[in-house]
Design a protein around this ligand. Structure first.
Ligand code: SF4
Length: 443
């Protein structure tokens, strides 16, 4: 009887990569591979990498470097670099990591099982990078090995057609490709049949969903399609772009109770001069008018953002405009990043002229502002009764359980037993900038 082979996957970066790793594990299971967390026991070891920032890429590459000793002990083991760093660095990976035998870009992950068999048969290295023939792993066909049994990421769009000056994603994930709505609906139905109650639709610019599809459909239409899937109680979508957040999506957010009232729409900056150099395609005023429109049409909607501070040429006045925008919008939460030049992006050719110390100061000032705003917003939730989907034991106190509200707030509550995967109602009794605390009152 052939021994069950084992696969080990280390995932870096965004939800899209988490989903790709879940799909790779699901696809390899069909070929008789069991997922393992023990590197020493693995026959195949894959690093699913991120290139959004240089150090994210370097961290994965240096971790993969430590496997040269394992390969010396176990020459039959196969080591691979997949994902964005594979597409970005290509064959350079073999020069830097001679013990690596497989390099596969995000649009070719479907080729992994075949290429592993070819490497076993020939002992030769294999490379599969973006070309005109995509080889995705279709989540409607392959059972993803999900991290959570009751929440699922669903890929709606692969790639991105925009070209923000600081971003490497279009170069690593390729052109924007929307998956047909029937295929997505099949995948969601299948997930519901396996016990999934919350799905998150993924896309770099999720609200541009539908581009090139016949018959025409947009994200609003897709949300309406999925709203009818039995067993699914919540639908989320990420990441929005102001240029594509249009009325049909806002209507769907307003009309469809299962669609979570939470929009992650990175502003990146509050300065038009900086937004222009970033090539974001909108102005601060357009962003603010969109936020007002969302709040007017979708009562209770919460908005989150990303910001880059210290972008080339960003003056103190520019930064003040970013603070003014954040103060005006009062985001639910915001992820703040200090600009670092990303080789391979257009911004890398611009003078990185904001001193590191000043980037650090701006980063802290914006984080402090956001912490104050989150604290004020969360304190207004005290006394409210909120329904949450329980994710499991609280990371900070094992006697508590934690979960998320419809608007993506983390809520902790005392519980004598593990009720993960269930919707429970909690009376909020206290808050911090990061979370709400309360008493479990029912489910
Ligand atoms: S929208 Fe801009 S930041 Fe987002 S993935 Fe596309 S190019 Fe990158």
């Amino acid at each position: 009887m052939t021994a069950i082979r084992k696969i080990w996957i280390e995932t870096y970066g965004c939800q899209m990569n988490v989903l790709d790793s879940e799909l790779i594990a699901g696809r390899m299971k069909r070929d008789g591979y069991e997922l393992t967390t023990d590197r020493e026991a693995a026959d195949v070891l894959l690093f699913n990498t991120c290139s959004v920032r240089k150090h994210a890429e370097e961290r994965a590459i240096s971790n993969a470097g430590t496997l040269k000793y394992l390969r010396r002990r176990r020459p039959d083991a196969i080591v691979g670099i997949v994902g964005c760093a594979a597409q970005n660095l290509k064959e350079e990976i073999f020069e830097r990591l001679p013990h690596v035998q497989l390099v596969v870009g995000p649009r070719k992950v479907g080729a992994i099982p075949r290429l592993i068999e070819e490497i076993r048969a020939t002992g030769q290295r294999r490379v599969a990078l973006e070309d005109f023939d995509d080889e995705f792993i279709d989540g409607a066909e392959t059972l993803a090995r999900r991290e959570s049994p009751f929440k699922a990421y669903i890929k709606a769009i692969e790639g991105c057609d925009l070209s923000c000056a600081f971003c490497i994603v279009p170069a690593t994930r390729g052109r924007e490709t929307s998956r047909p709505p029937d295929v997505i609906a099949d995948e969601v139905r299948r997930a519901a049949a396996e016990g999934v109650v919350e799905v998150t639709l993924l896309g770099q610019t999720i609200d541009s969903y539908g581009k090139g599809l016949k018959p025409a459909i947009d994200l609003g239409g897709l949300l309406r399609r999925l709203h009818g899937v039995e067993g699914i109680r919540r639908i989320r979508f990420i990441t929005s772009h102001p240029s594509f957040m249009r009325e049909p999506i806002i209507d769907a957010l307003r009309d469809l109770p299962k669609v979570c009232k939470y929009v992650h729409m990175p502003a990146q900056s509050g300065s038009d001069a900086v937004l222009r150099r970033m090539r974001r395609g909108y102005t601060a005023d357009r962003y603010l008018r969109l936020v007002d429109r969302l709040r007017e049409r979708v009562p209770g909607v919460e908005i989150a953002s990303d910001f880059i501070v210290g972008f080339p040429g960003e003056t103190v006045e520019d930064f003040e405009r970013t603070l003014a925008l954040a103060e005006r919008v009062r985001f639910q939460n915001a992820y703040v990043f200090q600009y670092s030049p990303r080789p391979g992006t257009d911004a890398a050719a611009m003078a990185d002229d904001v001193p590191a110390e000043e980037k650090g100061r701006r980063n802290q000032v914006l984080l402090d502002l956001q912490e104050r705003v989150s604290g004020e917003k969360n304190s207004k939730r005290v006394g409210q009764r909120i329904e949450i989907l329980v994710e499991g034991p609280s990371k900070t106190n094992p006697r508590r359980q934690a979960g998320r509200s419809d608007t993506n707030q983390i809520v902790h509550f005392e519980a004598a037993c593990d009720v993960r995967g269930r919707f429970v109602t909690v009376d909020i009794t206290s808050s911090t900038p990061l979370a709400l605390y309360g008493t479990w009152v029912g489910s």
